[in-house]
Design a protein around this ligand. Structure first.
Ligand code: NAD
Length: 479
């Protein structure tokens, strides 16, 4: 039996038994064994975070800066090893895994800087002789609940600002991929975090997650995951009167106009739809194409799709790794069957891939002749499946792009300044991409969506302060 990776509660590694973390590229390989916290242990973690808050919230900015900076440096120094761990537990390719780890290091570095940059405002009062100061204070205990598809980047972009602004944390990573979060928690602790400031409780959503939701001592919850779980976070948080932030699903459109550069359009869509096995909230699964370019675009994209190399995430020439687990694979293949039954035309893929190892391999799948009312165009599949919708002109393309419950990312491929400008202004999405893939964002600028995709302030960059701090307005009479 592999070594047990334990939970971290009040500075102690605890837990006696655990579950195996399985490699989706090779199901006979155990990535590691990870403890599952009980409800009682989760309560202990919350109590530890509450007890650690007064001292940590008043700790010096140099201490916080140093810990985050040291963490960034260790992550970067170990990016090959941690990238491999990530690829083994989640299934994204090794370059994608190393890229995500590098991103985590950059985020810790950014927030190490933000510790030193957090500013307030000083204004005159409308009353003579009175001054007004506006400051940002930490909130208290932050509960962090994360999904499986970015096992290191998402925990990092929540933990780093939470700690930078003086909060304490209880983090619950996705049950499927605890390894990457375990590794960054281990690094943070060795970088000098005092006990109780960061607590790790791995395990089930229905046990660990639910206990976080029900606790009055969790002052804010930052959640990324599905719409269904997000609604539970919202309802429970309203019940106890806490702040919450939700990042949820997407059904992101890419509009391809007649004047598009064909190569840019094909690469951008192939990237957005299929890389990271389509398991990105910013993946593009609706490709909305105007009549003039439709046929040649579809032909080129179908060929590119058929040529993508699917296989073991760690193999050198793999472009598309496996689906994360059997239940996601079933969801993907169910939607492929639904697409066929709805009358969309299968232009590429649609079948499982036989590889040299037992894994959850699926061909990238492209439907054409889809309509925007089909279920494959309305519901998030979260796999390497995209459909092309033919439209008459730009106006119909924009209307179709916006005809969705979601609003995370929206892309357009065009050489027209007029249409690019209009689309940036009128796409109902939190992030708009012109001639770049819908997936792939920077770490120093706001991330988030509109409509059913997100709720609450943006994540990342200096905008993260909006969620992870609370504003105070103080009035002082000069006397
Ligand atoms: P999920 O909702 O099943 O799980 C997310 C997290 O919530 C996990 O840690 C899970 O254990 C936990 N959870 C489950 N039930 C819970 C409960 N009752 N109480 C508290 N916590 C509970 O989502 P997933 O399958 O891990 O992730 C895929 C989803 O995440 C997709 O819909 C995807 O679009 C979304 N996602 C969104 C973004 C974004 O930024 N918008 C980014 C990545 C993923």
């Amino acid at each position: 039996m592999a070594e047990l990776h334990k939970n971290l509660i009040n500075g102690e590694w605890v837990g006696s038994d655990g579950v195996e973390n399985i490699n989706p590229s090779n199901t006979s390989e155990v990535v590691g064994v990870y403890a599952r916290a009980t409800a009682e242990e989760t309560k202990q973690a919350i109590a530890a975070a509450k007890a650690a808050f007064p001292a940590w919230s008043r700790s010096g900015i140099l201490e916080r800066h140093a810990i985050l900076s040291k963490t960034s440096q260790e992550i970067l120094a170990r990016k090959a090893e941690l990238g491999e761990l990530l690829s083994r537990e989640e299934g994204k390719t090794l370059p994608e895994g190393i890229g995500e780890v590098t991103r985590a290091a950059q985020i810790f570095d950014f927030f190490a800087g933000e510790v030193l940059r957090l500013a307030g405002e000083v204004l005159p009062s409308v009353r003579p002789g009175v001054g007004v100061e506006i400051t940002r204070e930490p909130i208290g205990v932050i509960g962090i609940i994360t999904p499986w598809n970015f096992p290191i980047a998402i925990p990092t972009w929540k933990i780093a600002p939470a700690l930078a602004y003086g909060n304490t944390v209880v983090i619950k990573p996705a049950d499927l991929v605890p390894g990457s979060t375990w590794a960054i928690v281990d690094i943070l602790v060795r970088a000098g975090l005092p006990k109780g400031v960061l607590n790790l409780v791995m395990g089930r959503g229905s046990v660990v997650g639910q206990t976080l939701l029900e606790s009055k001592d969790v002052n804010a919850i930052s959640f990324t995951g599905s719409v269904g779980t997000g609604k539970k976070v919202a309802a429970a948080s309203i019940e106890v009167g806490r702040k919450f932030q939700l990042e949820m699903g997407g059904k992101n459109p890419t509009v391809v106009l007649d004047d598009a550069d064909l190569k840019v359009a094909v690469e951008s869509v192939a990237q957005s739809a299929f890389f990271s096995t389509g398991q990105r909230c910013t993946a593009s699964s609706r490709v909305i194409v105007t009549e003039g370019i439709h046929d040649k675009f579809v032909e080129a994209l179908a060929e590119r799709t058929r040529n993508l190399r699917v296989g073991d995430a760690l193999a050198k020439d793999t472009e598309i790794g496996p689906v994360v687990d059997p239940s996601q694979l079933k969801q993907d293949t169910d939607y492929i069957a639904i697409g066929k039954a709805e009358g969309a035309k299968l232009a590429a893929g649609g079948e499982l891939v036989k590889a040299s190892t037992e894994g959850y391999f699926l061909q990238p799948t492209l439907f054409t002749e889809a309509t925007n009312s089909m279920r494959i165009s309305r519901e998030e599949i979260f796999g390497p499946v995209a459909s092309v919708i033919r439209v008459k002109d730009y106006d119909e393309a924009l209307a179709t792009a916006n005809d969705t419950e979601f609003g995370l990312s929206a892309g357009i491929v065009t050489t027209s300044l007029k249409y690019a400008t209009h689309f940036k202004r009128n796409a109902e999405a939190g992030m708009v991409m012109v001639n770049v893939p819908t997936a792939g964002v920077d770490f120093h600028v706001p991330f988030g969506g509109r409509k059913g995709s997100s709720y609450g302030p943006r994540e990342q960059g200096k905008y993260a302060a909006e969620f992870f701090t609370v504003v105070k307005t103080a009035y002082t009479a000069a006397g």
